[in-house]
Design a protein around this ligand. Structure first.
Ligand code: PFF
Length: 458
């Protein structure tokens, strides 16, 4: 498949470094700051990491490479990619499902990102000085119940994401991720140094890295697999869309491996910043999503240089959330521009409005005492419904369809040519990939899917 397909004006990333930071920007998100370290600590520390790495190798990297193939070989958005390779078939609906999944994730992700922005603002205004546990809890409860502040901050989040996206792939996504991702590393290291030098920090390190193989049960393995998926932004075309902007000589195996390793490193650094502090101050590590918002301000405000660290922490969390959202919304924007003929600016604005209209439902239902907290769809509040359907159903199904498509329907010679850059990359890597994507990845994904909808109980 040719590089430009006659779309001479199509934008793209300018270098390998830009590709790395943009892709890492998509992977590093709210999942790193909270979900990964907490699950690692709870489910066996080093042993869980081992399982997580196996999931990355057997499912994460193969699906990521498949998405890279779809995007870079066709130079199209996720719907256009399927249409190009199998035109006139129902496969385009896999792409449409991806766009739908993006919306569902954005409805609640933009809401949580709004809380993060608000907490950055509160940290900058010195709102957390001398707070007690009760005050921290009240502050979070009032944010979640709203009704106005979660909506206003969600609007600010969407305005920020939209402004960056309107600037385009190079001047927007590339410039922002190349500037902010290194900054995010520096800020995490700053928080790490402070947290690790606290008295009693060792308990936090133990929590994260203590190897306990006894905790590795089938449901934990499935959790690790789901996490690998969400962490690497797989199953909804984000990597298809970004790779459609990759340079033709980029080493796709190298990019996928570097991104997976760096994303894991950021997650562990986040864990090392959070858990030693949580333990040092005798807090509860299993506080759920509220940990970020209730415990962190309390813990950091009690230590020397605490407020600077709080600002640093919520700033890096805002960066992580924002760069992840760029990749999510870009999936829908590229679709509207390329398939529906919208101008880029119009596409961004319309998508932001759609996300906000439904996102408000999430913002007002994140807690049962919130304005819409009592309304349910299939027994779940809006916030939980959006999260459940996207993470537990659409992502694994999307991943499975992508694996089957690339493993069985794509011309193997063409696949090999694209993934090895015309033979420049060792064939053995391709052979390993091709075996895994055909036989192992689909089997594991079917298991995860059946488990997540409750058909198989492991
Ligand atoms: N990988 C992001 C995180 O860890 O928070 C979440 C995400 C971003 C999922 C982009 C899916 C996606 F397409």
């Amino acid at each position: 498949m040719g590089d430009s397909q006659g779309q001479l004006k199509r934008e793209g990333f300018s270098s390998g470094l830009a590709i790395f930071f943009a892709t890492l920007g998509s992977a590093v998100g709210l999942g790193n700051i909270w979900k990964f370290p907490y699950l690692t600590g709870q489910f066996g520390g080093g042993a869980f990491l081992l399982v997580y790495f196996s999931c990355i190798i057997l499912v994460g990297l193969p699906v990521m490479l498949s998405e890279f193939y779809l995007g870079r070989s066709t130079r199209k958005n996720v719907v256009g990619a399927f249409d190009t390779l199998r035109s006139g078939t129902a496969w385009r609906y896999t792409g449409i499902m991806s766009v739908l999944a993006v919306y569902l994730i954005m409805f609640f992700y933009s809401c949580v990102a709004g809380w993060v922005y608000l907490y950055l603002f509160k940290a900058l205004s010195g709102d957390f000085a001398g707070i007690t546990a009760a005050v921290a809890k009240d502050q979070f409860a009032s944010v979640v119940v709203g009704p106005w502040s979660p909506i206003i901050w969600q609007v600010i989040v969407m305005a920020t994401v939209s402004a960056i996206l309107i600037m385009g792939v190079k001047k927007g996504i590339e410039r922002i991720t190349k500037t902010l991702m290194p900054l995010l590393f520096i800020l995490i290291l700053l928080c790490d140094i402070r947290a690790l030098t606290l008295p009693g920090a060792g308990a936090g390190i133990d929590f994260l890295f203590n190897v306990d193989f006894g905790k590795i049960t089938p449901p934990v393995i499935l959790t690790a697999m789901g996490l690998a998926f969400f962490k690497l932004s797989l199953g909804l075309g984000a990597m298809v869309t970004y790779s459609s902007y990759f340079t033709h000589d980029n080493n796709l195996f190298g990019t996928a491996t570097k991104v997976a390793l760096s994303d894991t490193l950021v997650s562990m650094l986040a864990g090392l910043a959070i858990f030693p502090a949580v333990f040092s101050f005798g807090m509860e590590p299993g506080a759920g999503p509220g940990l970020l918002f209730m415990t962190i301000p309390l813990v950091f405000s009690q230590m020397p240089f605490g407020n600077i660290l709080l600002v640093a922490f919520f700033f890096l969390s805002s960066i992580a959330a924002t760069t992840a959202m760029l990749s999510l919304v870009e999936v829908a924007v590229a679709y509207f521009v390329e398939e529906k003929g919208f101008g880029r600016k119009t596409a961004v604005i319309i998508n932001a409005i759609v996300i906000l209209v439904f996102g408000v439902l999430a913002a007002l239902s994140a807690d049962s005492s919130a304005l819409l907290g009592q309304y349910t769809i299939f027994g779940k509040g809006f916030f939980d419904f959006f999260d459940y359907v996207s993470s537990n159903i659409l992502l694994p199904v999307g991943g499975l369809l992508i694996a089957v498509f690339v493993g069985y329907l794509v011309n193997p010679a063409e696949l090999r040519r694209e993934l090895t850059n015309d033979g420049a990359i060792p064939a053995v890597l391709f052979e390993a990939f091709y075996f895994i994507i055909r036989y192992i990845t689909p089997a594991l994904l079917i298991l995860v899917f059946l488990n997540s909808i409750g058909v198989v109980k492991l």
